[in-house]
Each structure stands twice: as C-alpha cells, then as structure tokens.
Design a binder for this molecule. Structure first.
Ligand SMILES: [Mg+2]
Length: 389
C-alpha cells in the first residue's frame, strides 16, 4: 500500500535555452522554481518508486508548469493514491482521468514512479514489466535548436555527430524569415555533416500548406529523413495531403498527439507514418503502450521524443519504453540525449554509466528504472519540497 509521496523541485546544473517556431524552451534562472523538474518518491511496502519529469511550459505547447504539476500531485492525484497498491496502474490512470483532466506531465511522473516501484518490488528492470527487452542498445537523435545564425545550427549539429556519434538530427524549422531560410539552413547543415546522417525537420506547426509542399520538393533533393508536425495539430486532412505529397518521406505527428483518442483519429485519417511519444505529453508509460497498440494496428511507427534535460531518471523512462518496443515499430531514434550527461550533467546523478557511446545508449539493467540518485545531491539541490500522506 502506498503510504507516502514526496515531491521535490530540483535545481539544474546549467540553464538551457532553445528556440523553435512556436515558442521557446527555457529552464529559467538557477534559483527560480518555474521551469525546473519535478521529482516524486512513492513509498509503499518497503520500496521507494522514483521518477522525474521537467514540465516544459511556459513557452511550449504542453501546458504543464512546475507549479501546476506540484499542485496536481499534492492536492488531487497524490491523496487519491494513498492506501492504493502500486500494481493497480490502470485504476490509478482511470483516477487521473476522473479527478483532474489534462495535466499529462503530473500523471507521467506518477505513472513512471509507480512503474519504478513495481520493478523494485519484483527485483526486475522496468522493461521486463512492459514487454521485455527487444532493443537493449538504443539509437539516439539530436534535436538542433533554431538560430538566427545558421553557423550556430551547424556547430550544434557537428558537435552531435563528431563528439557523440549521433546519426540522426532533427532540425527545428519554420524560421520567421520564411521557407527559403529553412531550405538554406537545411542545405548548410547537410553540407557540414555529409550525406550519411539522417536529417529530419520539425517546424512545430509553423508551416502553411504551401510551405510544407515547397519544403518537400526542395529538401527531398538533399535527403530528407522525416517531417514532424508541419502544420496545425488538428488539421488531419492537411497532414494526409502532405503525407501523399511527401511520397515516401515519413510524416510524424507531435503536437497532434496527446491521447490514445488522438492516435486513433490520426490513424483513421491516414494522416501520418509515425507518432511522437513523449512521456510528459501523453501521461507516462501506461498511455504510451496503448498508443503503441493503436499505431501497430494502423501500420504507424513510433518515435520516442522528449529531451530529458539533465535528468537520468527522465531519460531512463524513455529508454525502458524504447527497449520494450520491437525495432520494426520504431522510427528514427530516441531524443532523450540531453538526459545522458551530454551538455550538462544531471545534478542528482553526475557520475553514471547511462551515457552515450557511439550515438547509442544501453538501457539500464537494474530494478525499476535502474537509476539511483545521490540522496545528498538531492538534498543540496532541492528548491521546493512537499509531502503527501
Ligand atoms: Mg516536435
């Protein structure tokens, strides 16, 4: 039985600021709570389930903030979990729906912490509870921030490829200067990294239909790996039209996919080739597996998104989901590279084996998520602490 839940908001080791067409990604000044990750510990029957998620608003299309996550867990979801079994994951998710709609990042951190607790209670890695280990070695992709100077995009791309062996890049697109600038940015990065690196594009809904059709024509000549959410999230017919025009270049939904119902609507409209699963966006592992089933039925592949900035726990959750899915059902590579101590270290796990090697990472093998945080570091980096009991 769950008898206590602790909530921590923790500091990051470095501020991260990135730009994309529809907003910005900013972890905020060091001492500010807004923009920082939320860690939960779920205590039940001698085990402690642990998970961490960084909510990405303000400035992003997923609405959760640090404070909204803490409030949802402290006031609503947390008290309703007290006295329940860590294994009753479906009823926990049904409770989330019934008690407080939305709030996917708050749900995700609880869903993943429950899964971590189950793994620890059984002495098994999380992937063993959700399908087993299909892919222990996970290919990684690197999401390249937009920049006014394409040289900045080239430098980030080169660093990913040369320093970390990354073979899949995702370029942020829909530059405010127009589609010609996007084509130029793509061309410049392509020339810098060579033809063997897959380059996909993500305009974050910032293209018009005309832009999207122009991009397909121009970028295909330079080797276009995939197109992520080119237009508005609800325009399924528009996406289907782009998919036909793309003629073999996969089209992926990101902003258009929050729920299993969204997955079904996208499948029914034959709108996309791939669905972007971000655990903080869809509410954790439980909904991810349901979306995966819809995708399988509709011959749609999955992509594992979410940057997991400076969080080994958040990256590990993505890794277990990825590892538990057969390779044939995944497209591209996993995006949680920033949780693998690449740009700045996780302040709670600065020393770790869960790191990038030749563009890949091995899924952790320990019980649950297989990531152990340093309790002294947690204490030192805690900006806010709450208890639910
Ligand atoms: Mg995206």
């Amino acid at each position: 039985m769950i008898d206590r839940i602790e909530i921590f908001v923790t500091a990051l080791s470095a501020r991260v600021q990135r730009i994309f067409s529809s907003g910005s990604y900013d972890t905020g000044p060091a001492e500010r709570v807004l923009g920082k990750p939320v860690l939960v510990k779920i205590y039940a029957d001698g085990v402690v389930g642990c998970a961490q998620i960084r909510p990405i608003s303000p400035g992003h299309f997923v609405a959760d903030t640090t404070q909204s996550m803490v409030a949802a867990i402290k006031e609503v979801y947390g008290p309703a979990l007290i006295g329940k079994s860590i294994f009753d994951i479906e009823s926990a998710n049904a409770m989330f729906d019934a008690r407080l709609a939305g709030n996917p990042a708050a749900r995700a951190v609880l869903d993943i912490a429950l899964r971590d607790a189950m793994g620890k209670a059984l002495g098994r890695p999380l992937y063993d509870l959700i399908g087993g280990c299909c892919q222990p070695r996970i290919p990684l992709e690197w999401s390249v921030s937009m920049a006014d100077d394409v040289g900045t995009m080239v430098a980030e791309s080169k660093r990913a490829v040369d320093e970390f062996g990354i073979r899949v890049l995702c370029l942020k697109m829909a530059d405010r200067r127009g589609i010609r600038q996007d084509v130029l940015n793509f061309e410049t990065v392509r020339r810098a990294v060579g033809d063997d690196v897959m380059i996909g594009v993500d305009p974050n809904t910032g293209w018009s239909m005309a832009d999207a059709l122009t991009a397909i024509r121009e970028l295909k000549k330079m080797g276009l790996g995939y197109i992520e959410q080119p237009i508005a999230r609800r325009d399924l017919k528009g996406l289907a039209e782009i998919r036909r025009a793309a003629d073999g270049v996969p089209v992926m939904a990101d902003e258009g996919l929050f729920t299993v119902q969204d997955a079904y609507a996208l499948a029914e409209a034959r709108a996309v080739d791939a669905l972007c699963i971000k655990l903080y966006k869809i509410g954790g592992i439980t909904p991810a597996k349901k979306i995966a089933a819809v995708a399988e039925a509709a011959n749609i592949q999955l992509n594992c998104g979410g940057l997991a900035i400076q969080s080994q726990l958040e990256a590990a959750a993505g890794a277990h989901f990825y590892a538990s899915t057969p390779a044939s059902r995944m497209m591209g590579a996993a995006e949680f590279v920033f949780g693998l101590n690449t740009t700045a270290k996780d302040p709670l796990c600065p020393e770790s084996d869960f790191v990038v090697r030749d563009g890949h990472v091995e899924v952790p093998r320990g019980p649950g998520l297989g990531v152990t945080i340093d309790e002294a570091a947690l204490k030192k980096n805690t900006l806010l602490h709450e208890n639910v009991s």
